[in-house]
Design a protein around this ligand. Structure first.
Ligand SMILES: *[C@@H]1O[C@H](CO)[C@@H](O)[C@H](O)[C@H]1NC(C)=O
Ligand SMILES: *[C@@H]1O[C@H](CO)[C@@H](O)[C@H](O)[C@H]1NC(C)=O
Ligand SMILES: *[C@@H]1O[C@H](CO)[C@@H](O)[C@H](O)[C@H]1NC(C)=O
Ligand SMILES: *[C@@H]1O[C@H](CO)[C@@H](O)[C@H](O)[C@H]1NC(C)=O
Ligand SMILES: *[C@@H]1O[C@H](CO)[C@@H](O)[C@H](O)[C@H]1NC(C)=O
Length: 543
């Protein structure tokens, strides 16, 4: 606050301000008397030092100028200098100022007709200021982007250095302009170079760093700026997922990797296992600078048991990936079901193998079974059930639990056997007989299967010495033989299966277990047979 002095003392603020203004005016122009005047000149520029308060009649006055007591300029000199010259009104002109021009200049004059002594009219203190020039800044370790911006990795220790040249001295200041900080000043000093460090730099330190250099004499200010970005990779791993497309043969692979700056580069690729036969085109290398990469993949380029991988690359050098193993569907369940006429029966199938997840439906012949009065289809993933209401003789036959994913399709064959409830005694006998026939078939089948090498070598059934060998008609599908009478009007198994990738697998009935218990010599062979049948049905063969 300014003080109010009622007496109008020189402390009066208006007077003080007026005095300051006057003083400044006097500074900018040179002033009279013995008092010293300061003049600041810029190196390389020109200046004029005024000689004031001299007699009005110029023609009768002689001028000369002294510097630090020695005469440096006279009027009409014998060898005129470009650097120093006296103007008609006595002022001294100095062109192309040098640092050595600094000093105390005195203007003296003499009236020529009197030949009196020299009188001092002006004392001028000349100061030369130079710069700031050659301002340079360095931020390290940092990487230069094409547009001139620098970036550093998060947690790096970053060193900021600035220097410039100034005479007689300078004030250097580092400031940062960013969103996170209110106070932009980072450091300041009056040396020729100014440096500071940020240890473990964080994203909030990102901003525009400016080094300002101010000449302490001329107050000339120069600055230089650099935009500094702080890069960081996402902390977590990328995430791989999929979405089944509109067509069951298509799948959308989705890879996301969020949380990095700037965004990473993602790409999907296949990882071939050593045993995988690389057939067909591989996934086109689809790579993109993004946090989320989706590719629509078709069945023709995927292989069962293939590992598909998404790799994320971040500019900071971090590389992380996610992957999953593709699996073809493998519906499983009880392949042989017997129902009494008029009852309600539920066929069940489970699909846990497929990846990406499969679409699973029940089919009879080639027709997909939907919910009707007759059928109730339900799914409680991974269990798929088909309930047949009021079973009749016509319901007997083969049902398929058909499971498809982008790798391919497989189906479980379920044979429904329908028995009439009428005539209990007859039914019991019938069931007993059919079990007996089944057992016999299995025993024979297993026996023959275990001796299949011999059969294969043999030229015909007539060569078989084994008893009951004459009833054999098939070797590698003994079960079909057994059930052929109960499921009479069956279509050929491959009939109408338009999808070439479909594979059918059959699992031996549970009733075989009971047989095994009662039939000593098949107890050992049975598991082998199960596995062999499985393998044959899968079309894979022993590994
Ligand atoms: C003397 O002359 C110069 C150039 O003509 C001028 O800039 C300066 O102000 C003059 N000085 C005085 C005191 O009149
Ligand atoms: C320079 O490029 C980076 C990354 O491409 C960008 O973030 C930044 O804003 C750019 N700076 C300027 C000044 O254009
Ligand atoms: C240097 O400049 C800064 C900002 O302009 C100022 O805060 C500081 O007081 C100055 N230092 C000196 C020694 O002049
Ligand atoms: C620089 O600043 C310090 C204190 O801030 C001061 O003591 C020193 O005289 C200054 N030097 C120059 C050349 O201005
Ligand atoms: C079962 O089917 C038979 C023959 O089609 C029919 O006569 C009978 O009414 C049906 N029963 C029920 C409960 O739907």
């Amino acid at each position: 606050m300014l003080s109010h002095n009622p007496m109008g003392h020189p402390d009066n603020p208006i007077m003080t301000i007026a005095a300051i203004i006057l003083y400044l005016l006097l500074l900018s122009h040179q002033t009279v008397s013995e008092e010293q005047v300061y003049v600041i000149g810029e190196k390389g520029e020109n200046t004029t030092l005024q000689c004031l308060d001299h007699p009005v009649n110029m023609s009768s006055v002689l001028f000369h100028w002294k510097k630090d007591g020695a005469v440096v300029a006279t009027q009409n000199p014998s060898n005129p200098s470009e650097h120093l010259s006296i103007l008609n009104n006595g002022s001294l002109r100095i062109s192309g100022l040098l640092y050595i021009d600094e000093g105390l200049y005195t203007c003296e004059c003499q009236t020529s007709n009197h030949s009196s002594s020299w009188q001092t009219h002006s004392n001028v203190q000349l100061k030369i200021a130079g710069g700031p020039t050659n301002i340079s800044l360095d931020i390290s370790p940092a990487t230069l982007l094409k547009n001139g911006t620098l970036y550093v990795n998060k947690s790096a220790d970053v060193h900021f250095f600035c220097s410039s040249e100034s005479y007689p001295s300078q004030n250097l200041t580092w400031t940062v302009e960013n969103l996170a900080q209110d106070n932009p000043d980072r450091a300041s000093g009056n040396k020729s170079a100014l440096e500071f460090s940020i240890s473990e730099i964080q994203p909030q330190d990102q901003g525009t760093y400016t080094c300002t250099s101010q000449n302490t004499l001329s107050m000339t200010t120069v600055n230089k700026s650099k935009e500094l970005l702080v890069y960081y990779a996402p902390e977590r791993h990328p995430e791989c997922s999929w979405e089944v497309g509109n067509e069951p043969s298509d799948v959308l692979f989705i890879c996301t990797w969020y949380g990095g700056y700037p965004v990473p580069i993602l790409h999907w690729h296949e990882v071939y296992e050593k045993s995988v036969i690389a057939k067909g085109p591989t996934i086109n290398f689809t790579s993109k600078e993004t946090e989320r990469l989706e590719i629509l993949v078709n069945r023709h380029i995927l292989h069962d048991k293939e590992e598909v991988k998404c790799t994320g690359l971040h500019v900071t050098g971090v590389e992380k990936s996610c992957s999953f193993n593709l699996e073809i569907p493998f519906p499983s369940g009880n392949p042989l079901v017997t129902a009494l006429e008029g009852s309600t029966i539920t066929l069940s199938c489970s699909e846990t193998n497929a990846l990406p997840p499969a679409k699973t439906v029940w089919k009879k012949m080639d027709d997909v079974i939907n919910n009707t009065m007759k059928y109730i289809v339900s799914e409680k993933i991974p269990i798929y059930e088909l309930t047949i209401v009021n079973v009749t003789k016509d319901d007997a036959g083969i049902y398929y639990c058909y499971s498809e994913n982008p790798l391919g399709a497989r189906e479980l064959e379920v044979i429904l056997n329908v028995k009439t409830s009428a005539g209990n005694g007859g039914a019991v006998v019938g069931v007993f007989i059919s079990i007996l026939v089944m057992m016999t078939g299995i025993v024979v089948g297993v026996t023959v299967y275990s001796k299949r090498d011999r059969i294969c070598i043999g030229l015909g059934f007539s060569h078989l010495d084994d008893d009951r060998g004459d009833i054999l008609s098939l070797v590698d599908s003994d079960e079909e033989e057994i059930f052929s009478d109960s499921a009479q009007q069956l279509p050929p198994l491959t009939n109408g299966h338009v999808t070439t990738l479909v594979e059918i697998h059959r699992i031996p009935s549970i009733s075989h277990e009971e047989n095994a218990d009662r039939t000593e010599h098949t107890g050992q062979a049975h598991p082998d047979q199960t596995e062999a049948a499985h393998q044959l049905a899968d079309g894979q063969g022993p590994l």
